[in-house]
Design a protein around this ligand. Structure first.
Ligand code: G4P
Length: 538
């Protein structure tokens, strides 16, 4: 296959949502359409359910499932679609943020009863940083949800993106009859319980077609006509260009559980979603059709067997062609590496691949060479950017409970943080280790894995830390002085960048006012993100 054909053939995306909005259900329906699975219920939810088993045991079980669902590849509408899975639990949100660096677009699922939820806002912020194109699917129309116009207003306001409805619901909850497809001018009648791949479409000329009344009744016809007139007057038409630039999001209504409105989203997706695009590096952008191979690691999965420390590193191919058994340049280690068993995930089965193209994600067997964010090239020495660290929300000092095992603890915490399980900050002198997480569950996972995989026992001690802030300054001397004076609150991140560990929101505000020449950032990649309407900095 020729490189340009391969690129045009591929679409790489993720489905994102606040937990419980319907991501797993929608994923399953997409896979059914793509023929990658044959039965409903085949996709295991990666949600961490609180229940009989302790949470971290549940997480161990989930790790087993999520290796196989990390990338789901299927064919639909003449395209090869790579669907990247994202964790279902809020505590592992950072994993999702990293996965978003490896996709070219997203489908965002919103629960029509709950509207835009906290996690949705955070995810959208990450999409905005890269102008990732978004298609919105408003789900659970079979339930008594909110007014669709209110939902659209909320989307625009909270997610700060223009929207354009592509379909419009006729009733909601008990009165839900179906949707009017604003583009093909069709009526799609709702038939609850259809979990098979079917459709029930009625052709009409447009919303003013008199036949409409026969299908949905007089009252519903009148209010639909009113709604559609309002939409046409208020919302600008969808331009593919604006969507691809991340400026406008098409919105669909449906019910994933009932397989209603799902095909419309998938059809629109293959119609408008962008092919693999260029990626930023520290030496400018790399276009996918650059014939020289390059890619980066965005996720690392440890083996479930504690006796084997091998891992799977997930590589997104960014340019050129990847080939099995070929030497590539590992830029950070400045050494050449070769892979004899790279895998892909076509039809949910792991198979060895001989080649991969831009937009593809392959699993590389790793014995500890990779960190998240590592770049592989065919010889060039640039690094991909855009895998930022976000300030964790919880900080604890790592305390060694067995002095005989300090080497194991050191190695263990380094390897686990290389995997992206949490962020590690160190403070000198004394080599004090501060672990930063998004949620409590992560600390449990780390303690459990350190003990079972590395034989090291640890405890986590509370410290007064509110936010990790990376710093830039217009005055380097001022910054040096600040770092010296605040040595007690300065730690180093994994790349040895100085980070100010603000003890409280009040102190951060105070330092900000006292040091106007210093900017405090809540992500490590402020240079790329600075353009994102101030996102990421204080
Ligand atoms: P998530 O991955 O985003 O966390 O959500 P998931 O798909 O697991 O869906 C969360 C719950 O919402 C599930 O119910 C699912 O069946 C339900 N759901 C998904 N789509 C729809 C829909 O269109 N209408 C309605 N009424 N419900 C929907 P659950 O009880 O938590 O799980 P399960 O026991 O059904 O698997």
């Amino acid at each position: 296959m020729d490189l340009h054909e391969a690129i045009e053939h591929r679409r790489t995306f993720a489905i994102i949502s606040h937990p419980d909005a319907g991501k797993t259900t929608l994923t399953e329906k997409f896979l059914l359409y793509g023929g990658a699975i044959q039965t409903a219920g085949a996709v295991k939810s990666n949600k961490i359910r609180r229940g009989a088993t302790s949470d971290f045991m549940e997480i161990e079980r989930q790790r087993g499932i999520s290796v196989s669902t990390s990338v789901m590849t299927f064919q639909y509408g003449g395209k090869l679609i790579n669907l990247l899975d994202t964790p279902g639990h809020r505590d592992f949100a950072e994993d999702t943020y990293r996965t978003l660096t490896a996709v070219d677009s997203v489908v965002l699922v919103i629960d029509c009863v709950k509207g835009v939820e906290a996690q949705t806002e955070r995810l959208m912020e990450v999409c905005r940083m890269r102008n990732t194109p978004v298609i919105v699917f408003i789900n659970k129309l079979d339930l008594e949800g909110r007014d669709p116009f209110d939902l659209l207003d909320e989307l625009e306001e909270k997610l700060r993106i223009k929207v354009r409805p592509m379909s419009w619901p006729i009733g909601i909850g008990a009165t839900f009859q179906g949707v009017y497809d604003m583009y093909s001018k069709g009526l799609r009648m709702f038939d609850p319980g259809k979990t098979k791949v079917e459709q029930s479409s009625v052709r009409i000329d447009d919303v003013h077609d008199p036949a409409m009344v026969d299908h949905i009744g007089e009252d519903a016809t009148a209010s639909l006509r009113e709604d559609v007139d309002l939409i046409e007057g208020v919302y600008e038409p969808l331009s593919t260009e604006a969507y691809r630039a991340g400026r406008i999001a098409p919105v669909f209504f449906g019910s994933a559980f009932n397989n209603f409105g799902v095909k419309e989203v998938l059809d629109a997706f293959v119609g408008i979603a962008p092919p693999p695009g260029p990626r930023p590096t520290d030496q400018g952008e790399i276009a996918p059709d650059d014939p020289r191979f390059s890619g980066f690691i965005f996720k690392i999965h440890a083996n479930l067997d504690p006796n084997h420390r091998d891992r799977i590193a997930f590589l997104r191919v960014c340019s050129g062609q990847f080939q099995r058994n070929t030497y590539y340049h590992h830029v950070r280690l400045d050494k050449n590496v070769r892979f004899s068993t790279p895998t892909n995930f076509l039809a949910a089965a792991k198979t060895i691949v001989d080649e991969a193209w831009p937009g593809d994600v392959i699993g590389l067997f790793d014995t500890g060479n990779f960190k998240i964010g590592d770049t592989l090239t065919d010889g060039a020495s640039f690094n991909f950017r855009g895998i930022p660290a976000f300030s964790p929300e919880l900080f604890r000092e790592l305390v060694n409970l067995d002095p005989m095992k300090s080497k194991q603890l050191d190695k263990g915490i380094r390897q686990l943080t290389d995997e992206g399980v949490a962020q590690l900050f160190t403070q000198q002198p004394g080599n004090k280790k501060v672990v930063g997480c998004v949620g409590e569950l992560q600390f449990e996972v780390i303690a459990y894995r350190l003990e079972h995989e590395y034989g090291a026992k640890c405890a986590f001690q509370q410290i007064a830390a509110h936010m990790a802030c990376w710093m830039t300054s217009t005055d380097p001397e001022e910054l040096d002085r600040f770092i010296r004076v605040k040595a007690q609150q300065i730690v180093q991140d994994k790349d040895d960048n100085p980070v100010f560990m603000a003890p409280s929101a009040y102190m951060l505000d105070l330092e900000k006012r006292n040091n106007p020449s210093i900017t405090f950032h809540t992500t490590s990649e402020f240079k790329t993100l600075a353009s994102a309407d101030g996102g990421g900095s204080y």
